[in-house]
Design a protein around this ligand. Structure first.
Ligand code: AMP
Ligand code: MG
Length: 499
């Protein structure tokens, strides 16, 4: 082990989660790796967590591989259960990840720091606790792109290659991702405590979720109202999140209850992908054979996951069974309206309509039909629509129509849109429209290309892609180059979990 000065204080870590009942976590050390090498570090994010003076890359690689204990860390694997593709698994937990502690951000909120791929834990079951490089780079790129698009997400803090190979078919280079989350409490964490019938652990968890994410509920002294309130705010954040996924064409791929965050962040990027040609039933994940987590099913699945959370929280409420269930069901039924309201806002921004436009939803649905019929690339369509609003004229119109294989349908839609759009007249709405319609997303073929090159030791494509996806509204030649839709040869049809 390398010598590190005593006074090394990279950041101050808290351990509130470790105060929860021991059922919910197990202390566990990372397994050292052969030759850690820092390949990416998110300095801007580090600064928001108080890491002002950074050590050299070698030291950062030691810390974020787990080879040298991060000062103040108390590594532990968190327990959770979960419905995987609809089937309940009572014990999952961090099988290849370790929670290190909580750092405080500039707003005073605690944010978890976690290592993913750091070795076996008591929850590893048959797994090796490791991660190949590909999924680490994918999560780094996609989570940072999501953050730049203002979509709630866990963040990537560091990526470290391990100098080891992980045994996959075929063997792949190994890596570790350090990530930051508002918390790692999942619907599945509540299911874990509930399935064990441990009321105290369940209550402690719910109270912790309130303290951490929804402190305004702490003043509610009636327990039933407090836990129902928790359910409702989690639901609101899910509605907010899913509306933004749908607006971006994002397909999570594995919306199991253990991958559903109580804080409402996108979490656990696996075989996720952005849709290219608009196709409501689109699935990329090789493990999602039945299309359970297809693009258009994401709202219904989020609601299904919320129902599983409600079942857990009901165990903390007093009173007659039927009455409690009715109350929770009444809240859950509001999900559709909440989601519709969020989607309307997203649609108004994407289409450059007045913020309160009542035409946003029908116009968006009609455009979705036109995109589907014309096999239009979703991101390119909205970018071209923005450019038409920014510079109305025949040329911009032609650029947009050229994206469609059914230009007549699109031309018909454009007539309706032109009667409603406000962005060409209103700088504020134009700016909002730009911010809702990225020029560049981490397209599947580009992510694929960056991963393939990195596996051969060339990280240049990864850095190039990262630098444009973290500034998705900057119109540069490089953004246009890397943001262009895949050609037929480049198209990626399937994504893999990489576990
Ligand atoms: P995920 O697919 O990331 O949602 O993981 C589902 C479950 O499998 C979680 O409990 C993970 O910790 C566990 N898991 C996935 N990959 C591995 C691995 N390589 N080693 C051990 N556990 C794993
Ligand atoms: Mg997971």
């Amino acid at each position: 082990m390398r010598y590190l000065p005593e006074e090394t204080t990279l950041l101050t870590l808290h351990h509130r989660y470790a105060e929860l009942p021991a059922l919910l976590w197990t202390a566990c050390q990372p397994t050292p790796v052969a030759a850690p090498k820092l390949v990416a570090f998110n300095t801007a994010l580090a600064q928001t967590l108080g890491m002002d003076e950074l050590p050299d890359d070698v030291t950062l690689a030691d810390y974020f591989s787990g080879n040298v204990p991060l000062p103040g860390a108390r590594p532990m694997a968190l327990a959770y259960a979960g419905h995987q593709f609809g089937n309940f698994v009572p014990k999952l937990g961090d099988g290849r990840a370790l929670w290190l502690g909580e750092a405080q951000d500039a707003q005073g909120r605690l944010r978890d720091i976690q290592l993913k791929g750091s070795g076996r834990t008591p929850y590893s079951r048959g797994g090796d606790g490791r991660s190949p490089l590909g999924p680490v780079l994918r999560e780094y790129l996609v989570s940072e792109a999501m953050a730049a698009m203002n979509i709630p997400t866990t963040r990537a803090l560091a990526a470290v290659t391990t100098g080891e190979r992980v045994m996959r078919q075929p063997p792949e280079p190994g890596a570790i991702l350090a990530r930051v989350a508002q918390s790692h409490m999942r619907v599945g964490t509540f299911q874990f405590a509930a399935a064990r019938g441990d009321q105290d652990a369940l209550r402690a968890l719910a109270d912790h979720a309130i303290e951490r994410h929804y402190p305004e509920l702490q003043s509610e002294h009636d327990a039933n109202a407090r836990y129902l309130g928790l359910f409702e705010v989690v639901m609101r954040r899910q509605a907010y999140l899913i509306a933004r996924w749908m607006g971006a064409g994002f397909i999570h791929g594995v919306m199991n209850t253990d991958n559903s965050s109580i804080a409402g962040e996108t979490i656990d990027y696996g075989p996720c992908a952005f849709m290219e040609a608009f196709e409501p039933h689109k699935v990329y994940s090789s493990i999602d054979q039945g299309g359970r987590y297809a693009f258009a099913r994401q709202p219904a699945i989020a609601q299904w996951n919320l129902a599983r959370l409600a079942e857990c929280l009901l165990l903390l409420m007093d009173g007659e069974d039927n009455a409690r269930v009715d109350e929770a069901t009444a809240v859950l039924r509001r999900f559709d309206d909440l989601l519709a309201a969020e989607r309307r806002k997203v649609s108004a921004d994407k289409l450059g309509l007045a913020a309160d436009s009542t035409h946003a939803t029908p116009l968006m649905e009609a455009l979705e039909n036109a995109m589907h019929k014309g096999r239009m690339d979703m991101t390119a369509t909205f970018d071209a629509l923005y450019r038409l609003a920014a510079a109305p004229g025949e040329k911009s119109r032609e650029v947009l129509l050229a994206l469609s294989e059914a230009p007549d349908t699109l031309a018909g839609w454009l007539e309706q849109w032109q009667g409603e759009e406000a962005a060409s007249q209103d700088a504020g709405r134009l700016a909002a429209m730009r911010c809702a319609n990225p020029i560049v997303i981490p397209r599947n073929h580009r992510v694929h290309e960056a991963i393939r090159a990195a596996e051969d030791g060339d990280f240049a494509p990864f850095y190039a892609l990262l630098s444009v996806v973290i500034a998705p509204f900057d119109d540069t030649p490089e953004a246009r180059r890397l943001g262009a839709p895949a050609t037929a040869d480049e198209r990626v049809l399937r994504t893999f979990c990489g576990t």
